[in-house]
Design a protein around this ligand. Sequence first.
Ligand SMILES: Cc1cc2nc3c(=O)[nH]c(=O)nc-3n(C[C@H](O)[C@H](O)[C@H](O)COP(=O)(O)OP(=O)(O)OC[C@H]3O[C@@H](n4cnc5c(N)ncnc54)[C@H](O)[C@@H]3O)c2cc1C
Length: 433
Amino acid sequence: MSWDFETDPDFQTELDWIDRFVREEVEPLEHVLGSPWNIHDPLFKQLVRPLQAQVRARKLWACHLGPELGGPGYGQVRLALINEILGRALFAPIVFGCHAPDSGNGEILAHYGSEEQKRKYLEPLLDNEIVSCFAMTEPQGGADPSVFTTDAVRDGNDWLISGEKWFGSNARYAAFFIVMAVTDKSVSVHKGTTMFIVPANASGVSIVRNVGIADDPEATHAYLRFDKVRVSSSDLLGEPGEAFVVAQVRLGGGRVHHAMRVIGQAQRALDALCERALSRTTQGGLLAEKQMVQEKIADSWIELEQFRLLVMRTAWRIDKYQDYLRVRKDIAAVKAAMPKVLHDIAARALHVHGSIGVSEEMPFAGYILRSFQMGLADGPTEVHKVTVAKQILRDYQPSDSLFPSYHRPTAAALAREKYADALATLEQSGEQR
Ligand SMILES: Cc1cc2nc3c(=O)[nH]c(=O)nc-3n(C[C@H](O)[C@H](O)[C@H](O)COP(=O)(O)OP(=O)(O)OC[C@H]3O[C@@H](n4cnc5c(N)ncnc54)[C@H](O)[C@@H]3O)c2cc1C
């Protein structure tokens, strides 16, 4: 029997160090740097590289990885405790070497990459000497892969990739792209697509434009075009037709890692809500004394704690079963829950701040927009809710009679039959109940 909500004291020491380091050294970076993935920026080299060195020296680099790939192999529960702190700061994931999409792309390379691919792409990626892009979504649709048309056709020992991809995050800084392409149109998209590694400087690759998101300092989501881009058979990741199996390796972990970080973002919004409620006076009293403001604080705390427990339990189940398929329902549930938790807490914080809350001087509009991003990236909320429902329904059977199994008259008749002897004895005795 073990239901434990405590952190080992040794590990708590590490968490305390991370918390202080993120608040003091990492949070300020977002006010002077642009995109965290722009590793080519001279100021990035000057400000971020020394912090990464400190994280490495503390042996906290790439905590999502096992020792075989140079990480500490903490598992998901410890990673969740770290990630919820890192979620507070835009630059924290890259300072700690566990930033998406490189973390997931690295997992794919570790699982499916050849020795040559690992040497060429995985090693520099893990060291953050380069960054990468995952190109799956297409302009005509993301939530439904059956509309994907980017294809790869064989040309001797090579393949020629043609088509367009949409919202390829960080493509402009990336050294290579992991590209999903249709290779067999005669079967379903889930069996007929293949994953390729495409160097960013390959002939025929172009960025049509970089798409920005409202408050982001730089436009970083690429509309990509591939015009007969030649890659060789050694650039395949996994076998032909296996793209969705390969993608699942990154998406399962990636979704839960986002959820861990969302705890930190929502906590930051709740911290701001509480500070403001205790600081601002209106109509003769502090905001914190008004019951409708108290309700906002209470609801936010309750929702955040519920979400955190769900994330932690999911992390615990991943560690226990070491099988993402077995934890599919849990991961889909945290993925579906996170946009709403972040949205609702950030919206309350914005509201309680009044006019300054909606202004660009406060981060709340950015948090709210991010909540919508969280509901789209790595698959939309609706799709994950459908997954949760389907998985739940597997544990149920339909009723084979006209009325449901819990129909009260039916249940009462069965109970009378079950206790017939006792009921008959009581009746014969004439004893009153
Ligand atoms: C910040 C961000 C970063 C991203 N980075 C990448 C990346 O690096 N690489 C990449 O390949 N893609 C990336 N994406 C794209 C992401 O995967 C897609 O946005 C997502 O798959 C949804 O596709 P779509 O945008 O085309 O929306 P659509 O598929 O057009 O969906 C439109 C609407 O329909 C809803 N919907 C979907 N299914 C259902 C349903 N069954 N019932 C009801 N409503 C439904 C969606 O939630 C959405 O509101 C990123 C997206 C964002 C926002």
